[in-house]
Design a protein around this ligand. Structure first.
Ligand code: HEM
Ligand SMILES: *[C@@H]1O[C@H](CO)[C@@H](O)[C@H](O)[C@H]1NC(C)=O
Ligand SMILES: *[C@@H]1O[C@H](CO)[C@@H](O)[C@H](O)[C@H]1NC(C)=O
Ligand SMILES: *[C@@H]1O[C@H](CO)[C@@H](O)[C@H](O)[C@H]1NC(C)=O
Ligand SMILES: *[C@@H]1O[C@H](CO)[C@@H](O)[C@H](O)[C@H]1NC(C)=O
Length: 377
């Protein structure tokens, strides 16, 4: 308890030194040194001492942007197949991406497919689907790009698969296919492959790549400790519904997670499962150890996730989906009817792929990147 007291004193002192700045819609305050401070919601606080301080200072989380439901205006299915537009004509584009994804899965295992699906989600929620998550540095952010943000650092995977797919499209037709589209195609192909062909859908394309990316904007990504209301708010801020949120959370039927995100919840899980997790995590002794998210069908994108709620899911943000009647009802339908969830998942992925798309070429703002990890010179 002494710790808490000390912290309270520290915070009180900081409160005197720190004044709210005219930051973006009140989510940002500056500390004496001028360091920016953003409030991460739902991510274990240890990771983000600064956000703990901000949080205790009582800054309410307000999503920095509120988007209307995405319409996808300017995108079209078969975009690269349209020979009327010479600049974007690349009939081999989608096949090239598919081949790159398939060969990555063949070589590295199915987990890399999970990585690609998550990469797409994390791109969509920050600056829209503009491949900002792939940038290693930009003019304004320096090396402090999205991939350095707390939710992404040491976590995202699949970058090299996107790079390989990019090279393959360039070999097919030159630099015509945007990294943002490649990411959307790759997430679709991974969904298809990991679901054994049950989740297969056309992806409208025509996205351009952005030229900026900021680590602090990853504050818009929900965290494993997010409450149901926080999840709803963060999806609503992107123009997605609570139904979309419940549907897309089913992606946690694949891939892996680090122990630090769920050891606090072991007591709420099935006893035997919690014991196995405890062993994998060495108690809380190995926070960076990783386990499969789905203990039943770890490598298959399926509706098992909904059957796992709430005793066999890892995160609080998974378990809370049965804490309201409406979301529980949807979990129950998804649990009982695999097809129904698969159809919804395909549609929700397409919808997520429409968030904040930039479809016009605007010099200095958008482009078709030559290399996905950096902006064009
Ligand atoms: C609803 C809010 C969500 C929260 C709070 C959340 C949180 C997380 C966390 C904490 C991890 C583990 C990261 C690590 O240990 O480093 C994770 C993994 C993952 N998430 Fe989510 N996520 C959410 C929604 C989504 C959505 C919408 C998708 C995609 C449609 C998705 C796909 C994945 C995948 C595939 C993985 C495993 C990645 C891998 O194995 O590389 N998640 N998520
Ligand atoms: C684009 O054209 C290629 C080659 O003709 C074809 O195989 C592919 O199915 C088409 N893709 C779409 C999305 O229309
Ligand atoms: C985010 O970081 C950039 C610099 O990397 C800074 O210019 C901007 O003000 C920061 N935004 C917030 C909300 O803190
Ligand atoms: C288990 O955790 C302890 C710290 O609590 C650490 O010293 C030890 O190396 C860990 N063992 C393994 C196998 O990771
Ligand atoms: C499952 O959902 C699909 C798609 O919505 C529907 O066509 C089918 O009738 C449902 N099956 C059952 C048993 O309810």
């Amino acid at each position: 308890m002494a710790n808490k007291k000390q912290l309270a004193v520290l915070v009180a002192l900081l409160a005197l030194l720190v004044g709210p700045s005219a930051g973006l819609l009140g989510i940002s305050i500056s500390i004496g040194t001028g360091t920016d401070c953003v409030v991460f919601v739902g991510w274990p606080r240890l990771l983000f001492l600064r956000s703990l301080i901000c949080g205790l200072l009582g800054q309410p989380y307000t999503p920095p942007i509120w988007r209307d439901p995405p319409t996808g205006a300017g995108l079209s299915v078969g975009y690269y197949n349209n020979s009327d537009y010479a600049d974007s004509y690349c009939p081999g584009a989608e096949a090239a991406v598919r081949t790159a994804v398939q060969s990555a899965i063949d070589q590295q295992g199915r987990g890399i497919g999970a990585g690609l699906i998550r990469l797409f989600f994390h791109d969509a929620f920050v600056r829209g689907c503009d491949a900002s998550v792939l940038l290693q540095s930009t003019a304004l952010a320096g090396t402090g790009t999205e991939m350095e943000g707390g939710p992404n650092k040491d976590s995202l995977r699949g970058f090299e698969v996107i790079d390989a797919a990019k090279e393959a499209t360039k070999a097919a037709c030159g630099n015509r296919v945007s990294c943002a589209d490649i990411l959307a195609f790759a997430a679709r192909d991974a969904s298809d492959i990991l679901s054994g062909g049950r989740i297969s859908f056309p992806v409208p394309a025509g996205r351009k790549d952005g030229r900026e990316s900021f680590a602090n904007e990853t504050v818009q990504l929900p965290g494993p400790d997010s409450s149901l209301q926080q999840l709803q708010t963060m999806f609503a801020a992107q123009g997605l519904s609570t139904e979309d949120m419940v549907t897309l959370s089913g992606a946690h039927s694949i891939g892996r997670a680090r122990c630090l995100f769920f050891t606090g919840r072991l007591a709420a899980m099935d006893r035997d499962y919690a014991q196995r997790l405890d062993a994998s995590c060495n108690g809380t002794g190995s926070p960076s150890n990783m386990v499969s998210q789905d203990p039943v069908t770890a490598d298959v994108l399926d509706n098992q996730y909904y059957k796992n709620i709430d005793k066999f899911v890892l995160f609080g943000s998974d378990a809370v989906l049965i804490s309201s009647p409406a979301t529980k009802q949807q979990v129950d339908v998804n649990k009982a009817n695999a097809t129904s969830w698969e159809i919804d998942f395909a549609a929700a992925m397409v919808k997520m792929g429409k968030i904040g798309v930039k479809t016009a070429l605007v010099p200095g703002e958008t482009e078709i990147r030559e290399v996905c990890s950096r902006v064009n010179a």
